[in-house]
Write a protein that binds this ligand. Structure first.
Ligand code: GDP
Length: 303
């Protein structure tokens, strides 16, 4: 007797062109299964929740529908097209370290992208064995972002990071060389090797780019990673939405005289008042101005 298996809600763990890899949403460490989409219009990405069913007599599953997304991690490609790398991210871990030297504008840009997705975000000060947390990082604590100090060779702070990430779908971003891969490895135990081996076996030897790969570790720690995710440059933000990417600026802007205040030269601007008396960090304000300027330039080139 053949029993037609019923449809299940699954998670997309990797995409290889028109092929996908799914895992059980309720048993995160279950073996991933290969799948294909129902039609060309269906474009699941890593992190998507999908309804899928095993195809009778085949090893493949078929994705029947993609559930609506909580958010998307997108970047703008070299031709100016928006590309979605992953969906349903709930924690953006922005990694900074003393080496390579921090670029705080890059960190602010990631945090702004997180606010607008929206998703939670945290700062990790890695390589704490080399240099302790600098004052610049304290600013993020004051604004309300969790800040965790880690050292991979000393295995310190890794458990704090694990607690922060428990139950979340996390991504790691930051400059190349700050230690993102090392941190992910430290969190993974042996899981990483296993996940990679399975994914590559499913790739049938074809050379395809994996946009992003989802990995599940112990304690409900789930990471979406790929070189593209780690180095992703956030997509263009509409210039008038940039302030929403800076929570302390957004909060103050309620008290500006003009509802559409750009916080540059308008009178009675609460944001500038707070920068002047030190309640808003000047460097963060400069990041806001720079990001607003960048997005104005990019959008005027585009249209
Ligand atoms: P990624 O490019 O951000 O993924 O960085 P990697 O994980 O490849 O790490 C870059 C370099 O930094 C490697 O040589 C790591 O061994 C080193 N590294 C990573 N974490 C730490 C740390 O906590 N302390 C020290 N001293 N070195 C680290």
């Amino acid at each position: 007797m053949t029993i037609t298996e019923s449809a299940k809600t699954m998670r997309v763990t990797a995409t290889f062109g028109a092929r996908f890899e799914l895992c059980d949403i309720d048993s995160p460490t279950s073996h991933p299964v290969p799948a294909r989409a129902k039609g060309k219009r269906q474009r699941p990405v890593t992190g998507d929740r999908v309804v899928a069913r095993p195809l009778p007599g085949e090893s493949d599953w078929q994705i029947e529908s993609v559930e609506s997304r909580l958010n998307e991690l997108s970047r703008t490609d070299s031709r100016g097209r928006r590309e979605t790398l992953a969906a349903n991210v709930s924690m953006m871990v922005v990694v900074v370290a003393s080496k390579p030297q921090p670029d705080w504008f890059v960190a602010d840009r990631y945090l702004a992208a997180a606010e607008l997705m929206p998703t939670k975000a945290a700062i990790v000060w890695n390589k704490a064995d080399l240099v302790g947390v600098p004052d610049a990082v304290q600013v993020y604590r004051d604004i309300g972002y969790p800040v965790i100090e880690t050292s991979v060779p000393q295995s310190s702070g890794i458990e704090n990071l694990r607690s922060l990430m428990r139950g979340e779908l996390s991504i790691f971003v930051g400059l190349s060389g700050v230690g993102k891969s090392s941190l992910i490895n430290a969190l993974s135990g042996n899981e990483l090797q296993r996940t990679r081996a399975v994914s590559e076996a499913n790739d049938e030897g074809r050379h395809t780019t994996v946009a992003a790969r989802l990995m599940m570790f112990e304690d409900a720690v789930t990471v979406i990673d790929s070189p593209g995710v780690r180095d992703y440059a956030p997509a263009l933000i509409q210039p008038e939405r940039v302030a929403s990417g800076f929570r302390e600026i957004l909060q103050a802007s309620d008290l500006c005289r003009f509802a559409d205040c750009s916080h540059r030269a308008e009178p009675d601007c609460e944001v500038k008042a707070r920068v002047n008396d030190g309640r808003i960090d000047e460097r963060r304000y400069k990041s806001y101005l720079r990001l607003a300027q960048l997005n104005r330039q990019l959008s005027s080139q585009r249209y």
